[in-house]
Write a protein that binds this ligand. Structure first.
Ligand code: ZN
Length: 608
């Protein structure tokens, strides 16, 4: 069901064409007709198989045979009299089966027969091997309609968690796009459908690992677009008819207790989704009145739950060792900096998870508390109630802390308390809204911090960005030519004065760097392998998930001395590079050489 929407993805489009290719080969359909069917499915939010059957009169069995040819496994039609294999279904839930699109049919001496919509994908995920570790697997494929029938046969129609596709939900509302401008009273039935629709949008977003949901209405008869931000890029999700625009916005406002009659001022609120649906997630909601008397809504899905282990953050081994030794100190001040959405909170919580032992008292002041950890005492800052960061931090100092984490230090008062706390024997971790590690130091000095106290307290600054990760399933290896390697090297050296220019010393420095790369990253034949994005059913245009880029400046004696002398950004940068710091760009290029991301992505996130 979710695949209906995933068709918007280019990777999927390519795949669905080839999947049904045999229909063209067998002359059941012309290539142009297949193309048309695909477009119709996409435009009307229909399943392509549904369009092939309804509009092009392709028999279901022919679709099944085409899939069988494509996946090179037998086609298994729906069998009305099939016995339900109760013992195989013991650990499977209907919702899981529908979402993951595979189902065990039978097990005999030849092995376990698994029915799947995409046997290739399911087989590659090895999930069936994990559920049935002892079984030899045999595969078969079927059409969507027949898969659904079989699920109903085994689990009962009522077992469906949410039998409706978005389109079904939408068609449940009477369409009337002609009169979009009028504020219509919405009937109870339509309102019920809207509730379902909003829940479905949020649940789909959460399942797909989306960070933000954008609701973008147009005035008049324009449709309301909903887009998802996935791995940093926006992708279209669905369009809603104009007539439901106001009811949709009102529904979201009700879910987060906002004033539905206030439509001219921005508002912000929070949805605790477990009050409305089966998922325990929270969303931060912002409404903004936009041109034409409509209101935009952006909902951020707050990362639920658990902290990531420090070694899962994608920190290079070189930096991981430096990072651990920085926060292993019993007292001092450590900053994580970067713009909004650069993963600062995730990193801070990984550091806290590393420090979180039964003999340590850890207080945190956060706004909002996004990640919770057992053992931490976490305080939600509430400015409206007079509980700001400074107040909470002062309270912590009276509450016997070992470690204090402060979600955000952006003024002289909070930084001042942080320095004081670290000089009186506490480890203080905080985020800053600055771009680079050396720049953070200068900004804090400009705020009026005492250079000597600050130098004493400073353990280090970690600047961070998130870069899109190449999809592991489809990234394409290639051998870069000399020009491309020279380009990588030039960009790597951009901040290394000693490696620039035509002098022989600079040339020597560059060739030493290249030798280092060759030892770390090249194959036994001395050649480098890089990867480029391609795109498949598993990913968004060749990218899937993100990786952190890190610039870790340690408070060495060198840096502390410059800090006391109020050194400039360039001086601090040069000293930090001498101490072994990699800039964000250099760290990114190391990750290009490791095949984790590509240079284009690194450039995008390292713009200064
Ligand atoms: Zn892929």
């Amino acid at each position: 069901m979710m695949m209906v929407f995933a068709e918007g993805d280019d990777g999927n489009r390519m795949q669905s064409h080839t999947k049904y290719e045999a229909l063209v080969t067998d002359a059941l359909l012309s290539a142009a007709e297949l193309e048309r069917a695909h477009h119709a499915a996409h435009a009307q939010l229909l399943d392509i198989e549904e369009v092939l059957v309804m509009d092009f009169q392709v028999p279901l069995a022919a679709i099944g045979q085409a899939l069988a040819r494509h996946f090179k496994v037998p086609y298994e039609p729906f069998a009305p009299g099939r016995m339900k294999p109760g013992f195989l279904l013991r650990n499977l839930k209907a919702q899981y089966v529908e979402e993951n699109q595979w189902l065990p049919l039978d097990e005999d001496k030849d092995g376990l027969l698994v029915l799947a919509l995409d046997p290739e994908r399911v087989r590659a995920s090895r999930i069936v091997n994990q559920v049935f570790p002892k079984s030899t697997l045999a595969w078969c494929v079927t059409t969507r309609a027949e898969f659904r029938q079989t699920v109903d046969q085994f689990f009962g129609t009522t077992a469906r968690s949410d039998g409706s596709s978005l389109r079904e939900v939408l068609s449940g509302m009477a369409h009337d796009d002609s009169d979009g401008e009028a504020v219509q009273p919405v009937s109870q039935a339509v309102e019920n459908e809207l509730v379902k629709l909003v829940n479905k949008v949020i649940m789909d977003a959460s399942r797909q690992g989306v960070s933000d949901i954008h609701i973008e209405p147009l005035p008049g008869n324009g449709r309301t677009a909903i887009r998802f931000r996935k791995d940093g890029a926006l992708v279209p999700y669905i369009d809603i008819p104009a007539s439901y625009r106001n009811a949709l916005v009102a529904r979201v406002k009700i879910m987060c207790d906002l004033d539905t009659s206030e439509r001219r001022k921005p508002q912000d609120g929070k949805i605790k989704f477990k009050k409305y649906g089966p998922l325990d997630i929270e969303l931060r909601v912002a409404t903004i009145p936009s041109a034409g008397g409509v209101e935009d809504i952006v909902m951020r899905i707050l990362p639920a739950g658990d902290a990531m282990a420090l070694d899962q953050l994608g920190v290079l081994p070189h930096n991981l060792a430096r990072l651990r030794s920085a926060v292993d100190k019993p007292h001092g001040l450590f900053f994580v900096c970067g713009p909004t959405g650069s993963g600062k909170t995730t990193t801070l919580h990984s550091l806290l998870a590393y420090l979180n032992t039964p003999d340590t008292k850890i207080w945190t002041a956060e706004d909002p508390v996004e990640i919770t950890q057992k053992g931490l005492r976490q305080v939600q800052v509430n400015r409206k109630a007079g509980l700001d960061f400074a107040t909470v931090m002062r309270a912590f100092l009276r509450a016997d802390p070992d470690v204090i984490m402060v979600g955000e230090m952006r003024d002289r008062e909070t930084v001042g308390i942080g320095i004081e706390a670290s000089l009186t024997g506490h480890l203080v971790l905080a985020t800053l809204h600055t771009n680079s590690a050396p720049e953070s130091i200068v900004r804090l000095l400009d705020m009026g911090m005492d250079p000597f106290n600050f130098a004493d307290a400073l353990l280090g600054v970690l600047a961070q960005r998130l870069a899109r990760r190449l999809c592991g399933a489809c990234k394409e290896p290639y051998r870069p030519d000399g020009a491309e390697m020279a380009q990588l090297l030039a960009e790597y050296c951009a901040d290394l004065p000693h490696a620039q220019g035509a002098g022989s010393a600079a040339a020597q420095a560059r060739s030493a760097l290249l030798d280092g790369w060759r030892t770390r990253h090249a194959g036994s034949d001395g050649h480098f392998t890089l990867f480029r994005a391609r795109g498949c059913a598993e990913c968004n245009k060749g990218y899937r998930g993100r990786v952190g880029l890190h610039e870790l400046m340690i408070g060495t004696d060198n840096i502390k001395r410059l800090l006391q002398e109020r050194g400039r950004v360039a001086t601090l940068l040069a000293a930090a590079l001498d101490d072994g710091m990699l800039t964000l760009k250099m760290d990114g290029i190391e990750k290009v050489l490791l095949g984790i991301t590509d240079l284009r992505t690194v450039r995008q996130v390292c713009i200064r």
